[in-house]
Design a protein around this ligand. Structure first.
Ligand code: GBH
Length: 495
């Protein structure tokens, strides 16, 4: 086992953890919060593992001080959280503001800052207000203006203290799973159609919010705004699959990154492929991939940093013979798991830390010299709780080693790393059955006690960030699990 080279990480590197409102807060109907699409989706039954819901989750709405203790215990420099849109604007619009909701986030933000922790706030992490879904959700064109008003309200209310903003989390996942496959809220299954409309309105909403910040708030607040894009790293399964791999990348990261960082429009070949297939399939109602209007602010240049969520990688197989009207049909490619990559917990999470290094280099080479934040990355457990989570520890160590190499050997300007997640939480359609936390949460008792997983407590990856962040040397004797070693980390290249 080799240690992480901490000399690779700059002194002001952000060492954080991330969470999302619906996954941790609970308090779903407390103090005037309006319902979100995830409340509806869970309460319907039959949608989520064990019919679990986020009604209580980690109860962070009432137990915020417990979360803060966790953050302090880890010595995090940053904490990424999301605002529940319907907690502060119960019907999604600024016509009705819920003061108790605003008070909650003020308390969270103020206590983070008082503890020396920099907040990064996501405005929308999957939990659209139900009232807006009732008007068509992300498929309605008006939502872009509604989101802009909500974002402006948050900038105005919290922006004196919050300087790092993410408008939308993972538009790809929300459009695909919410509108194509229907396995995430709002549960719409409309293959090959709504997915592009939803994605388009998300980009319009993001662009409007960024422009609002840039014009009205940046001059006095001086913060930064981006959107968090998720992407697997993708490699061809065989030499024959090279073109399919290009398409796979285009239809995942490039779909959203190209309009924002490159051209102001979707990748040329994505557009022509969708248009050609529409013709072939006899689809006559114009392009399925919408066009950006010249009368609206362009998405181009609407990100002050690149925020990427990385979990896993795929080998890509050509699927160009597929004749279905669907997103995968348009993409003409399919991702499979390389059998040499271990699965950690949940079935889709094949561990390949090298993929993160390759993805970071791809982002740098393809898109941008703006700084990159890794806004999510993590490792899950399933089944009986293992407080002695040796594999997770090894995962973080291997991953941070790859991030270090991306910085020091590939010259990628990585500014921060946020582990997903601070706490075990409501893992969407997997309910509480999949645990991503650095802290275990005991969902079987009403106290919802948080307990640091063993490895996080002891192992070197955590010392890496403590050392880098605090400048203190940490000596660790690693004695859990199969792999044994004793490693001394000293602050390196600080300054
Ligand atoms: C992130 O999504 C989310 O931002 C976060 O809220 C979530 O808790 C975290 O990841 C862990 O999942 O195989 O059909 O069940 C990452 C993207 C979307 C990847 C769902 C896996 C599973 C689809 N994930 N997907 S399926």
């Amino acid at each position: 086992m080799s240690a992480v080279d901490i000399t690779a990480f700059p002194k002001d590197f952000a060492w954080g953890a991330a969470t999302a409102a619906y996954q941790i807060e609970g308090g779903w109907n407390m103090d005037g919060r309006g319902p979100s699409i995830w409340d509806t989706f869970c309460h319907e039954g039959g949608r989520v593992f064990g019919d679990h819901t986020g009604d209580v989750a980690c109860n962070s709405y009432q137990l915020w001080e417990e979360d803060l203790k966790c953050i302090q215990q880890l010595d995090l420099s940053h904490y990424r959280l999301s605002v529940s849109w319907s907690r502060i604007l119960p019907d999604g619009t600024t016509n009705h503001i819920n003061p108790k909701g605003v008070e909650y986030y003020n308390k969270v933000i103020d206590s983070l800052i008082a503890s020396g922790v920099t907040p990064m706030i996501t405005l929308w992490h999957m939990d659209l207000p139900q009232a807006l879904q009732d008007c068509g959700g992300w498929c309605s064109a008006e939502i872009a203006d509604t989101f802009e008003s909500y974002a402006s309200f948050c900038f105005k209310t919290f922006g004196d203290r919050v300087k790092l903003w993410i408008t939308l989390n993972e538009p790809y996942v929300c459009a695909m799973l919410g509108y194509e496959d229907g396995i995430f809220a709002p549960g719409i299954k409309d293959p090959g159609l709504s997915v592009y409309v939803a994605g388009h309105n998300m980009l319009r909403a993001h662009a409007k919010a960024w422009h609002a910040y840039n014009t009205h708030f940046r001059p006095s607040q001086g913060g930064q705004v981006s959107l968090a894009l998720n992407s697997d790293w993708a490699e061809p399964l065989t030499a024959k699959d090279a073109a399919a791999t290009e398409r796979y990348k285009e239809f995942t990261l490039d779909w959203f990154a190209c309009p924002v960082f490159c051209t102001g429009d979707y990748p040329e070949s994505m557009r022509s492929r969708i248009e050609n297939r529409s013709l072939e399939l006899g689809y006559k109602q114009g392009s399925r991939l919408p066009h950006f209007s010249k009368d609206e602010p362009s998405p181009l240049g609407t990100a002050d940093f690149f925020a990427v969520n990385y979990y896993t990688s795929r080998k890509v197989k050509d699927l160009s013979e597929n004749t279905e009207l669907s997103f995968v049909g348009d993409q003409g490619a399919e991702g499979v798991i390389d059998p040499s990559w271990p699965i950690c917990g949940v079935h889709w999470l094949a561990v390949y830390p090298e993929g993160l290094r390759k993805l970071l280099k791809y982002i740098k080479d393809t898109y941008t010299s703006v700084p990159i934040y890794i806004t999510e990355n993590g490792f899950s457990q399933m089944g009986p709780v293992q407080i002695e989570d040796v594999d997770r520890s090894q995962f973080y160590e291997d991953t941070l080693q790859q991030v270090g190499k991306a910085i020091s050997q590939d010259g990628v300007n990585v500014k921060g790393y946020f582990a997903w997640s601070l706490l075990d939480n409501f893992e969407w359609n997997d309910g509480f059955n999949v645990r991503f936390g650095l802290f275990h949460v005991d969902f079987s008792s009403s106290e919802l006690k948080r307990t640091l997983y063993r490895s996080v407590h002891q192992r070197t990856w955590r010392a890496t960030w403590q050392t880098s962040h605090t400048g203190k040397a940490v000596h660790l004797k690693v004695c859990t699990g199969k792999r044994q070693s004793s490693i001394r980390l000293t602050p390196g290249a600080l300054g």
